[in-house]
Ligand binder design. Structure first.
Ligand code: ZN
Ligand code: FE
Length: 254
């Protein structure tokens, strides 16, 4: 299976998966033209569309692609997602014949309340829930909901390739280093990301193992994040409150 992040819009990635016979799937096609161009360039046929959540930068190209390809659109139950033909939720399995792919659906509320992720084939397609060195903004969910979603992701096999929907690694890295200035592995990841971005290459996918070492939002129990929290003079050290302070600090950080 080939796994390709297609840059789209300002900083989105549309993940394109295809087999050797030319059968393709796209995840979160925010821009139909970007997908069409790539399908044509690689001689692929679109077989299905997967959607993680309702935001326009993830679904904007769906109508155009369905018009041409008449494919199934797998999406969470949400009236804000138009054109979904297969509603999926926690625990559902998506089994495609061509390309031969099998994904388990994981409900990951936080960024939005109906956000889902797709896990299978050694990949996690996680939309705007987990980014490299960061996590999604809490537009609809509570910090406790997002923390619970990230906790569930953290229990997946460490070798899983994380496939987020945005190239935010460098900006996230600046915040992460402010939180954990003495995390050497994080410093190395930031240097790697800078070098990739200087060549306009994606910093993704990234393994869950890497993120567990480097991403402060997966490290609320680490000494580094606890020490940062203590410097905030927080009155309590309840885990979900620590996460909430971390997320709020990131919002203020820009
Ligand atoms: Zn979003
Ligand atoms: Fe987005």
């Amino acid at each position: 299976m080939n796994i390709i992040p297609l840059p789209a819009l300002a900083d989105n990635y549309i993940w394109l998966l295809h087999d050797r016979d030319g059968n393709a799937v796209v995840v979160d096609p925010g821009d139909g033209d970007v997908v069409e161009r790539e399908l044509r360039a690689r001689g692929l046929r679109l077989r299905a569309i997967l959607l993680t959540h309702h935001h326009q930068d993830h679904i904007g190209g769906v109508a155009q692609l369905v018009d041409v390809w008449r494919v199934a659109v797998f999406a969470p139950r949400d009236r804000r997602i138009h054109g979904a033909t297969r509603v999926v939720g926690e625990g559902d399995v998506i089994d495609l014949g061509a390309p031969r792919l099998r994904f388990r659906v994981i409900a990951v509320p936080g960024h939005t309340l109906t956000h889902v992720a797709f896990f299978g084939e050694g990949l996690l397609l996680c939309g705007d829930t987990l980014f490299s060195l960061g996590c999604g903004r809490l537009f609809e969910g509570t910090p406790a909901q997002m923390l619970d979603s990230l906790d569930r992701i953290a229990t997946l096999p460490a070798a899983t390739w994380i496939c987020p929907a945005h190239e935010y690694t460098e900006a996230n890295g600046r915040f992460a280093r402010m939180i954990e200035p003495s995390n050497q592995s994080l410093a190395e990841r930031c240097a790697q990301a800078a070098s990739l971005r200087a060549r306009r290459l994606p910093t993704l996918p990234v393994t869950l193992a890497d993120e567990l070492r480097n991403n402060p939002f997966l490290r609320v129990d680490s000494d580094g994040v606890r020490e940062w929290d203590q410097r905030q003079r927080a009155a309590t050290s309840v885990r979900s409150e620590r996460f909430a302070r971390l997320r709020a600090a990131k919002d203020g950080f820009g």
